[in-house]
Design a protein around this ligand. Structure first.
Ligand SMILES: Cc1cc2nc3c(=O)[nH]c(=O)nc-3n(C[C@H](O)[C@H](O)[C@H](O)COP(=O)(O)OP(=O)(O)OC[C@H]3O[C@@H](n4cnc5c(N)ncnc54)[C@H](O)[C@@H]3O)c2cc1C
Length: 352
């Protein structure tokens, strides 16, 4: 079988890149071993223009967010579904200091941030601790629906292979690769965090970051908002909320951390007035990198081998922009990935 691209991985990276390549007429096969702990299924899948603890507009939001909206909307049109909804974030302050800092920011960014009135707080379902505010302009991606619908589309187009990619069976030539009965012009690895063990990419400085969340049933809490205090409650339909998450560096095991669960549970109980119950405790490794730089490009020694990875904590917000820009380069419509430091990426391969 001859195809233009063989893509390893059907997380959000492989989904977006295969979509962009197929949209422009390329033939693609995606192979995936359907790991239930893939980062893209565990993620909160929020797109937030205000980043960090200090609620500052993220510096590349003006480029990334319009592209994310365009891509998810177009994919929805193609797949006859809706994968993106606008949403606001209610921020419940832990201290008066936090509240005062937030109030100052409201003056600086009045279009994005405002204070919640006492009436709004009274209706919210949370104890009034140190006051609350609202940030608007966020988006929520229906991630599991998107991945499932894209997989169905690939299957219908005879473009999906279920199973583990076997690195031993890969033959890399100068202008194409062979894998079992497939001959492809390019293989693109979108394997998420396990790419740190890929022998072709040992020089890339991946880091290990593990994140956990709890799936909670909270009957009576509105599904119209995201709620943030120390952790975040994200609506997932019916009575279900995603609650998390933590960031654990260099933690090799993927077992539920009971200590974190108890701490997060107590934290929620201290401000939530409604009863809640545990449905699941989920976890995954984020594909994080030193310097938070995504790894995008052709292998300098093997031009028929590429990588699209390292989306870190922002696969859903940054992925659409990078996928579109990389597809344009792979297909020869552009010579460089706009906004990407290709030289730095290539330099990693020359490190001893
Ligand atoms: C708790 C948590 C919360 C998060 N919240 C957000 C958020 O709110 N917003 C946001 O933008 N990002 C968020 N992220 C980050 C986001 O999840 C990642 O950036 C993104 O999912 C990475 O996607 P990926 O496709 O690179 O990797 P993955 O989702 O891990 O996908 C990799 C795929 O490759 C497959 N694979 C790997 N090796 C093989 C092989 N040998 N053979 C076949 N298949 C293989 C795996 O099965 C998997 O399907 C969060 C992450 C976590 C853990």
């Amino acid at each position: 079988m001859d195809v233009d691209y063989l893509i390893v991985g059907h997380g959000i990276a492989g989904t977006l890149l295969s979509y962009e390549l197929m949209r422009q007429g390329s033939s693609v096969i995606v192979i995936d071993n359907e790991d239930p702990q893939r980062s893209s299924l565990v993620a909160g899948a929020v797109i937030n223009p205000m980043a960090g603890k200090h609620w500052m507009p993220s510096k590349d939001a003006a480029v990334l967010i319009p592209q994310a909206i365009e891509t998810y909307t177009e994919m929805g049109r193609l797949l006859h579904a809706s994968f993106l909804s606008p949403i606001d974030l209610q921020v419940y302050h832990q201290t008066e200091g936090e509240r005062d800092a937030f109030t100052l920011k409201c003056g600086q960014f009045p279009e994005q941030m405002s204070l919640m009135s006492p009436e709004q707080q009274a209706e919210s379902g949370f104890a009034d601790l140190a006051g609350a505010g609202v940030i608007n302009g966020l988006w929520l991606v229906q991630s599991s629906e998107l991945l499932a619908a894209w997989k169905d589309y690939l299957i219908k187009n005879k473009s999906f292979l279920s199973g583990s990619f076997d690195q031993q069976a890969l033959q890399v030539g100068a202008y194409h690769i062979r894998y079992q009965d497939i001959k492809a012009g390019n293989i693109i690895f979108c394997e998420g965090a396990v790419a740190m063990h890929n022998p072709l990419f040992t020089k890339l400085p991946f880091t290990q970051n593990r994140g956990e969340a709890l799936l909670l049933a909270i009957p009576g809490l509105s599904q119209q908002h995201i709620y943030h205090r120390k952790y975040r409650l994200i609506p997932k339909g019916d009575d279900l909320f995603w609650y998390g998450s933590n960031y654990k560096w260099n933690s090799p095991d993927l077992e539920p951390d009971e200590t974190w669960r108890a701490e997060a549970w107590a934290e929620l109980a201290s401000w939530m007035k409604l009863p809640f119950s545990l449905k699941a405790h989920i976890e995954a490794r984020r594909p994080t990198t030193a310097g938070q730089m995504p790894f995008i490009g052709r292998h300098p020694q093997f031009p028929a081998v590429s990588i699209f990875n390292g989306l870190g904590t922002r696969g859903f917000s940054a992925g659409p922009y990078w996928a579109k820009a990389f597809a344009a380069v792979l297909q020869g419509r552009e010579t460089a990935i706009s906004g990407y430091n290709q030289e730095r990426f290539s330099r990693f391969f020359n490190t001893p």
